[in-house]
Design a protein around this ligand. Structure first.
Ligand code: ADP
Length: 707
């Protein structure tokens, strides 16, 4: 009968417990109800339930002292399940009865266990097993040793067995709720943060989302300044947030620096008690309690941090860091995108400015040639206004050179650039000479053609002036000069005995010869540059040419007490040249050597042959030519900077020499050592007997450059 009664009351108890714990889904409620029931039916003053996840890590706990719930830290929970009685139960997977805690090593002794305080106690601890999984441990403590016995233990175990499935379910439910909360916070975050790509907007949205998801008093966002590597707070929201904006946290300092360095978030409860807490972590007017900091990451790199300060509820939820880290990476991607967009917009703006401010008229057309855009200069030069231009096609504006662009602009389509000269057809009916530069571009995201139409009126006028000048030189200087030369010749024949007159005539003759050479060289430069061939070639004896040139310049060399020598050891074959032109080449080189070599210097001229070319040299022991200028000096109007009293000249002599020598199929170059002297080399073709028996050179004979 007694047994029946006991069984019935036990059954009732179990039904009650089942009902109570099974009707709740929230883990905390389930734990509290279970703990109360256990204390009520088994006895004891205090008790605890620690719930663990599948990896054995404590996830939640309820501790009751009398009728009061106690707060606990994660560290306390960890200690409980790793050491002490609960730890023993977790490890062995079976219940434990401790009749006297002062006599049992399994009991983790804490401060209040000392004999002056609560002293020895009695305790029971049972595992909560659900579907063969350990989901937690339930501990009851009685302040009087030897209170609990085997019967209590058995009853506890029965209660635990009855309740453990409910605990597991509540844990799973809480976990799924938490996951759902994190997911929805992130989903909402993603939706909100992405709605704008304007930077301050993005920052504001990131902060709003963090504030909403974490329910904190203040939030702040800092980005790494690429120049200093400092963290700079760009935005903040909430309580006293005005004090945060603009704050710099030096590289690697404070908790924010730690997060930035490690790329992992931190939750710091009661941060002021943390030994690492320092000045850099403080913000004016904010009393820091709990803070959470997460990195803002983009493409695997930390670009900043989000900081959440003082949760309104008092402490952060366990999932706060997950949510913040998720928001941090969302923010990272969006901030990076906003930055890209900003840069793109700037580049676009810059292109627009360049387009509008260009000194050249620019038109953008589609592939049918219809004008899509025209800049200010295009409007100014053509005389058409923007609307008129937009209604026109490129071939109505200028004569398109279809040979260059290809019919339907095929050449341009192949990404080739087209350059040609044409005429712009202006609104007033007139034309303007233009240089056209057309190529394919991406304009406002459409594949288009860009036409730069450079006004070349000035250049054309200069060309015309140059042509006029050449004509003038030819007719108005060259012919009278010829008359002077022949008159001087005749005078020297008529007055052979008067020595003074003869020497004056000689000066006049050599001076006019120099003017003649200069005029002829100017004409030659123009002709050769225009690609005209040298027609007046004959077989000429090189030594005679050299002697004649030396004779012409000898008086100047003598005047400078210079030694001028012809160094010829071998007999040279005849060369196939325009004798007058090559005479001027040699005179030019000799005159340069005389001019640039100081008084009493040495100048020599010589030549060798390989049977195909004769290679001449003009050597001096003058100042030499810097290596960097060895090519440049052959360009027109190039004169090297030197001392103030350098000899005068136009910078045209060597340009003429190169055009003349290349025109003959030869080559010209200089070898030089500073302060030691220069050697100018040039090659000219040997006159060959051709198949038809006549003299000349075989077609297209060119001095091999490698030699
Ligand atoms: P110009 O003598 O009228 O200045 P050139 O075309 O003949 O023009 O020569 C170009 C430049 O090359 C000269 O100004 C001079 O600086 C340099 N140059 C030419 N020949 C010599 C040389 N033999 N020694 C040193 N410098 C020379």
């Amino acid at each position: 009968m007694i047994i029946e009664d006991r069984s019935r009351s036990l059954l009732e108890l179990l039904i009650n417990i089942s009902r109570e714990v099974a009707t709740a889904l929230d883990l905390r409620t389930v734990l509290q109800r279970l703990l109360y029931a256990a204390l009520q039916h088994v006895g004891g003053e205090r008790g605890s339930i620690v719930v663990m996840d599948d990896l054995g890590k404590p996830v939640d706990a309820t501790i009751v002292y009398g009728t009061k719930f106690q707060d606990h830290t994660t560290q306390q929970l960890r200690d409980t399940v790793e050491h002490g009685l609960a730890g023993w139960v977790v490890q062995h997977g079976k219940a434990a009865l401790v009749a006297d805690t002062s006599q049992d090593d399994r009991w983790l002794r804490r401060a209040d266990d000392s004999s002056e305080k609560s002293g020895a106690k009695s305790a029971i601890c049972v595992p909560l097993m659900a579907r063969d999984r350990l989901v937690g441990v339930l501990t009851l403590v009685h302040s009087i040793p030897n209170t609990f016995n085997e019967e209590h233990l058995e009853l506890m175990q029965t209660i635990a067995d009855q309740a453990s499935v409910a605990v597991l379910n509540a844990r799973l439910y809480t976990e799924s709720q938490r996951t759902a909360r994190v997911m929805s916070a992130l989903a909402e975050g993603a939706a909100a943060i992405n709605t704008s790509l304007e930077m301050p907007d993005v920052w504001r949205r990131v902060l709003n989302q963090t504030m909403q998801a974490l329910q904190v008093e203040t939030v702040a966002l800092a980005l790494i300044d690429p120049a200093s590597n400092d963290l700079v707070f760009h935005a903040a929201a909430g309580y006293n947030s005005g004090n945060i904006i603009g704050r710099h946290i030096p590289h690697n300092q404070g908790f924010a620096g730690l997060v930035m360095n490690e790329g992992r978030g931190l939750v710091l409860p009661s941060v002021r008690q943390d030994a690492r807490y320092s000045e850099v972590d403080k913000f004016g007017g904010i009393e820091m309690r709990d803070i959470a900091i997460a990195p803002i990451q983009s493409q695997g790199k930390v670009i900043g941090v989000i900081e959440a300060i003082n949760p309104i509820s008092g402490s952060f939820d366990p999932d706060a860091l997950v949510v913040m880290t998720g928001l941090g990476s969302l923010a990272g991607t969006t901030i990076q995108n906003a930055e890209f967009l900003g840069r793109m917009q700037k580049a676009h703006q810059r292109y627009r400015e360049l387009f509008e401010d260009s000194v050249d008229p620019i038109l953008i057309t589609d592939w049918e040639g219809r004008v899509l855009e025209a800049n200010r200069q295009a409007v100014a030069l053509s005389g058409f206004d923007n609307d008129q231009l937009h209604a026109m096609s490129i071939d109505q504006l200028h004569e398109v050179n279809w040979n260059h662009t290809g019919l339907n602009f095929e050449t341009l389509k192949q990404d080739d650039v087209c350059n040609y000269e044409s005429s712009l057809l202006r609104q007033d009916g007139g034309t303007t000479p233009i240089a056209v530069h057309a190529h394919r571009v991406e304009f406002e995201e459409t594949d288009s053609i860009q036409w730069i139409l450079r006004d070349i009126t000035e250049r054309k006028e200069l060309d015309a002036m140059r042509d006029d000048m050449i004509a003038m030189i030819y007719h108005d200087i060259r012919s009278p000069l010829g008359n002077i030369v022949s008159s001087l010749e005749m005078m020297s024949v008529l007055m052979p005995n008067d020595q003074t007159l003869v020497s004056m005539l000689n000066i006049a003759r050599s001076s006019t010869a120099r003017i003649q050479r200069l005029v002829n060289s100017l004409l030659d430069i123009n002709r050769l540059e225009a690609g005209q061939e040298i027609v007046d070639q004959k077989a000429v004896e090189p030594l005679a040419l050299v002697r004649e040139a030396v004779r012409d310049v000898e008086p100047i060399a003598n005047g400078r007490q210079q030694k001028l020598e012809i160094k010829l050891t071998t007999v040279l074959p005849f060369i196939w040249v325009d004798a007058d032109m090559i005479h001027r080449v040699i005179v030019n080189l000799l005159e340069n050597s005389i001019k640039y070599t100081p008084v009493e210097g040495c100048i020599e001229i010589g030549g060798v042959t390989d049977g195909v070319f004769v290679k001449f040299w003009v050597r001096d022991n003058g100042p030499g030519i810097p290596a960097a200028n060895k090519e440049r000096i052959f360009d027109k109007f190039t004169r090297l900077r030197g001392s103030k009293n350098r000899p005068g000249g136009l910078g045209l002599g060597l340009a003429f020499c190169r055009l003349a020598v290349l025109g003959h199929g030869g080559d010209i170059w200089v070898e030089s050592e500073l302060e030691k002297g220069s050697t100018f080399w040039f090659t000219l073709p040997v006159a060959q007997k051709k198949v038809d028996g006549r003299l000349g050179v075989t077609d297209k004979l060119v001095w091999p450059k490698d030699n």
